[in-house]
Design a protein around this ligand. Structure first.
Ligand code: ATP
Ligand code: MG
Length: 369
């Protein structure tokens, strides 16, 4: 899919902005703090209803204003999509898809598909397991909105169980109610585990292939799903192994007042030529792994929805050597790409249509002369 246009009112540092996009490559050039990432952030919001930088709507509304508005017009293979968001201080976001207001804001998923790659994504490799769980969760949610509901439920049930564990510590009488929460955790948790395992099984060969191309066959990337619950052939069997793990860990859970087994402790193993890249990779290797995973995600979304997602590349071009830049643009021939950069020169070797190089200066956007 691709976006034809974007409209902003009172979003971040913009008063009013209206842009028409190229179906392939769009570039935003400008100094720091001019409003380049703000544009990508607005696009991302039309995909997930959330920002990749903040979860406070107030920050998205222009400092001296009460409301902000975002609209995109997207073209898909068979249909067009118009997504509009109205943000208001202390109010729930109002989201419209093709003119119809959504009753549940999570229904925004599955309209505009977006993949973002930014320097932040290095965290995906470098930091703790929660970043990698977030990666899995965000991607699966985009393709399967029901997964997002499981997650919300799981987190709620987990919190309840943890609170109960703490209570039991002082009052044994609460022990009777534990079973109810155990069953809920097992049921929803198993669904999450199965979806994550499926996701990793599919992203692993895709990312390996891409990684091989980027590194000219020098590196072999392996991605593995790591869970403390054993994954079995069927839903029931996995459910059973979760049940017995939970039983085994009851004593420890009671001591610590927290649930020590379950998908909230999952991780994703990332290995290059057999070496754990999270601990032993160079910065460049880690970045390339993150890039391969993100590019694999594009293929996965395409496979799942039959639409290519839009790719947002925030500040990453200057960090890639020219071969990798070219690889990226060539590999993504069918994908609409939005690039931000501080220097036009970073992209000199790429074939960018002059019409779609936008210069951003203090929230004013102009085209290249
Ligand atoms: P860099 O190259 O440093 O990444 P950028 O062009 O991507 O810069 P953005 O993050 O898009 O910069 O924009 C940052 C600017 O937006 C800052 O000047 C900031 O003060 C301004 N800004 C952020 N939120 C708001 C808001 N709610 N109201 C008004 N201005 C805002
Ligand atoms: Mg920026």
């Amino acid at each position: 899919m691709y976006l034809e246009s974007l409209k902003l009112i009172n979003f971040r540092n913009y008063n009013q902005l209206q842009l028409k996009f190229h179906p392939k490559l769009n570039v935003f050039v400008g100094n720091n703090a001019q409003g380049k990432t703000n544009i990508l952030e607005a696009i991302y919001l039309t995909s997930t209803g959330k920002s990749f930088r903040t979860n406070k709507d107030r920050e998205l509304i222009k400092f001296d204003k009460e409301q902000a508005y975002i609209k995109v017009e997207g073209k898909k293979r068979y249909t067009d999509t118009v997504v509009e968001l109205k943000l208001e201080e202390n109010k729930k976001k109002q989201i419209k898809v093709n003119g119809v207001t959504l009753s549940k804001n999570t229904d925004i998923l599955n309209n505009v598909y977006v993949v973002v790659f930014s320097p932040e994504d290095l965290k995906l490799i470098k930091e703790g397991p929660s970043e990698r769980r977030k990666f899995m969760d965000d991607e699966i949610s985009q393709m399967k909105p029901s997964y997002f509901h499981y997650l919300t439920q799981y987190n709620r049930v987990l919190l309840q169980r943890n609170n109960l564990l703490k209570k039991i510590h002082h009052h044994k009488k609460y022990m009777d109610t534990l079973d109810i929460w155990n069953e809920k955790i097992i049921e929803i948790g198993t669904r999450i585990i199965i979806e994550r395992a499926k996701f990793v099984t599919r992203i692993a060969p895709l990312s390996r292939l891409i990684h091989r191309k980027i590194t000219e066959n020098k590196e072999n990337l392996e991605v593995k799903y790591i869970s403390n619950i054993q994954l079995n052939n069927t839903f029931e069997e996995t459910l059973e192994s979760f049940r017995s793990r939970l039983k085994e860990s009851l004593e420890v859970d009671l001591q610590r007042g927290t649930t020590t087994v379950g998908p909230h402790r999952d991780d994703l193993g990332v290995f290059v030529n057999g070496i754990d890249i999270r601990s032993f990779g160079s910065q460049g290797q880690q970045r390339t792994c993150a890039l391969s995973l993100k590019l694999a995600e594009i293929e996965l979304i395409k496979g799942e929805t039959s639409e290519y997602p839009i790719l947002l590349l925030d500040d990453v071009m200057s960090e890639l050597d020219i071969n990798r830049q070219k690889f990226l643009i060539k590999a993504l021939r069918d994908v609409q790409i939005f690039i931000t950069t501080t220097e036009r020169e970073h992209l000199n070797d790429l074939n960018v249509d002059k019409e779609y190089v936008f210069y951003v200066k203090n929230a004013i956007v102009r085209k290249e002369k």
